[in-house]
Every structure is written in structure tokens, then in C-alpha cells.
Design a protein around this ligand. Structure first.
Ligand code: ADP
Length: 327
């Protein structure tokens, strides 16, 4: 029989993503409703190791649902990778009586939570907070929708200037080794080509198509390049293209960290609220060491030790669609 969780610690860890605040708010408010005490752990696992932990009440999370970033801050914590660091973290939780944790982060943070709960008897619930949408066990992650929308807005603007000058633009988007932001933002902006790590790119075919388009005077071209693409990003691809087509006016735009910030979209706020609410419900129901996902619009619980990077297999029909719609 699992022990009743009465004091919850909540933290955000690893890369930040828009909607983390909405998730914190949902965790805090649901816990308080259930008469639990809630503690905010600052800077991810660092706050656990260094004892930077604050008591939270309903007002601590007022007016944050619309804000990007995370009020609890985040970090990558090397000390937590070591047993001594995790022991210190445990002692800091123990002295406050914290007996349940909610970890909002990516697969790395989930691995940390799993390791920690293997060593110490504290149930951990994960919430997938990452713009990369690269975790198996959920259709969406907190922050992906906002990041993809930010990319779409920026790409639309770039297309205006590309059109005015008849230029080729190579636009690099984030996603680490996953191509979801590239794929979704590329489709939504009518990009002529989308390069993603999950799919081998036929560079000769791209060059050939650019040559043909040059002849047809279809000079405006937007190519979306995922940062994890095999060519090493948009700069490298640009060098390759310049080599083969020196006359083609080419510009590179790396969207970078704007994709992480900004007010979360309605979808991310709702997703984060649902997941935060169900994280606390899970602890109450005695679920241990799972992360909360949403699959086919239903809550889905995956053991933390199965939290692995989703290896996307983009079906040929998607890529065929991209090609047809871009001609
Ligand atoms: P993300 O959660 O965004 O994938 P990271 O991979 O950087 O980000 O992981 C966040 C933090 O989780 C790390 O800085 C570390 O403190 C902790 N962590 C990751 N993997 C482990 C592990 N195997 N054991 C202990 N802690 C880990």
C-alpha cells in the first residue's frame, strides 16, 4: 500500500518551454484544493540539491498562465547526476516532509526522476515540457504548439521579404534531433522544402529543383531546415547550395531562441492545465513514477523508465503531400 502524499514539490527542469507556468499553476491549485502543501523547487534539480525551495500558495501562481518561461526557473544540474547530489536532494526534501514530486521537463529530466525514485521512496510524476515534441507516450508536449506558431509567424514575415527580392531563404528552426517543428511549420507556411533529421535528404534533387525553378523564374523559395538535420543546419546547407548554384541569391535565417519564449498558445495552456491537474490526481490515486501524456485526447500514463525519445517515422505520404502542395 503506498503512503498518502501530503506534501508535493514541483519543479521545472532542462530546456524551458512555453506553458510550463500554466502547468505549475495547475499543480499548485489542484494540490491546494486537495488540502496538500506545495513547495516550489527553484532551478530544477539544482534547487533540490542546494536547498532552494519555497512554500507556495494560491497567490504564488496568480497571473502566470499567460506567461512564457517558468517562474520556478530551470537548469541543467550536473550534481544530480551523482549519487551524493541526489542524497543531498533527498535530505532537503525530507526535512520539509515532501513526499511526492512533479517534474516538468524533457526525457532527460524524466531519467533523473526515475533514478531518484529508484534510490529513495518518493513517488515522482513527470509532465512532458519540451518544444521538441520528441517524447514517446504523448501526442503533444507542453510548448510545442506555441513554438511551432512562433516559427510560422516568423516564416510568414520572411516570405514577404523573400518575395520582394526574389530570393531563396533557408530558415533554421529548433527541435534538437527531432523534426516536428520543422515539419509542422513548413507545412503551415507552404515551404518548398522541409529538411528533417528523420528523413534522408536528397541534396542533388533539391539542387536540381532549384535550378529548374530558376529557369521558370520561380525564384521565391523557402526551405525549412531542422537544426538537427544531417547537413548540420541552414548555414552548412547554404554553403553547399552556393557551391552548386553561385548565382542564386540565398539568405539564411536562424530563428533560434524566440521559439522558446512568448505567451503560450491556447492549446498549450489547456494541455498544461490538464496535465498538471492529472499529475496531482495521479499522486492521490497512488500512481508512481509515470509521466502524464495525452494520446488521442485521452490521458495516458507511461512509466518513467520507458520515457524515451520518440523516433519519428514520417510516412511517405506526408512528404509526398509536402512536395505536391509546394509545386
Ligand atoms: P531535458 O529534461 O530537457 O531533456 P536534460 O537532458 O538536460 O534536459 O536533463 C535535465 C536534467 O535532468 C539534467 O541536468 C540532470 O540534472 C537530470 N538528469 C538527466 N539524466 C539523468 C540521469 N540519468 N540521472 C540523474 N539525473 C539526470
Amino acid at each position: 500500500m503506498s503512503k498518502k502524499v501530503t506534501k508535493i514539490g514541483v519543479l521545472t527542469s532542462g530546456g524551458d518551454s512555453p506553458g510550463m507556468n500554466a502547468a505549475i499553476r495547475a499543480v499548485v491549485r489542484t494540490a491546494l484544493y486537495n488540502k496538500m502543501e506545495v513547495f516550489g523547487i527553484m532551478h530544477g534539480y539544482t534547487g533540490m540539491v542546494e536547498d532552494d525551495i519555497i512554500k507556495m500558495d494560491g497567490r504564488s501562481v496568480a497571473n502566470i498562465i499567460q506567461r512564457g518561461g517558468t517562474i520556478l526557473k530551470t537548469s541543467r544540474c550536473i550534481e544530480f547526476m551523482q549519487p551524493e547530489g541526489r542524497k543531498k536532494a533527498y535530505e532537503n526534501l525530507q526535512k520539509r516532509g515532501i513526499n511526492g514530486l512533479v517534474i516538468i521537463g524533457g526525457d532527460g529530466s524524466f531519467r533523473g526522476a526515475q533514478t531518484f525514485s529508484n534510490e529513495f521512496d518518493i513517488p515522482c510524476i513527470g509532465l512532458p515540457g519540451t518544444i521538441d515534441k520528441d517524447i514517446a507516450g504523448t501526442d503533444y508536449t507542453i510548448g510545442f504548439d506555441t513554438a511551432a506558431n512562433t516559427a510560422v509567424e516568423a516564416i510568414d514575415k520572411i516570405r514577404d521579404t523573400a518575395d520582394a527580392h526574389d530570393r531563396l531563404f533557408l530558415i533554421e528552426v529548433m527541435g534538437r534531433d527531432a523534426g516536428y517543428i520543422a515539419l509542422h511549420s513548413g507545412i503551415a507556411t507552404g515551404a518548398e522544402n522541409i529538411l528533417i533529421p528523420e528523413k534522408k535528404t536528397d541534396i542533388d534533387q533539391i539542387i536540381q529543383s532549384l535550378e529548374e525553378k530558376e529557369k521558370r523564374k520561380k525564384l521565391v523559395n523557402i526551405i525549412i531546415v531542422a537544426e538537427g538535420d544531417e547537413f548540420g543546419g541552414a548555414d552548412e546547407l547554404s554553403k553547399l547550395i552556393k557551391n552548386k548554384l553561385p548565382k542564386l541569391e540565398t539568405r539564411v535565417c536562424i530563428l533560434g531562441h524566440i521559439q522558446r519564449g512568448g505567451s503560450p498558445s491556447c492549446m498549450d495552456r489547456v494541455l498544461a492545465s490538464r496535465m498538471g491537474y492529472h499529475a496531482v490526481e495521479s499522486l492521490i490515486e497512488g500512481r508512481h513514477n509515470v509521466f502524464v501524456g495525452i494520446v488521442n485526447n485521452k490521458m495516458n500514463y507511461t512509466p518513467l523508465n520507458e520515457a524515451v525519445k520518440k523516433k519519428q517515422r514520417i510516412s511517405e505520404s506526408w512528404m509526398q503531400m509536402v512536395k505536391i502542395l509546394a509545386t
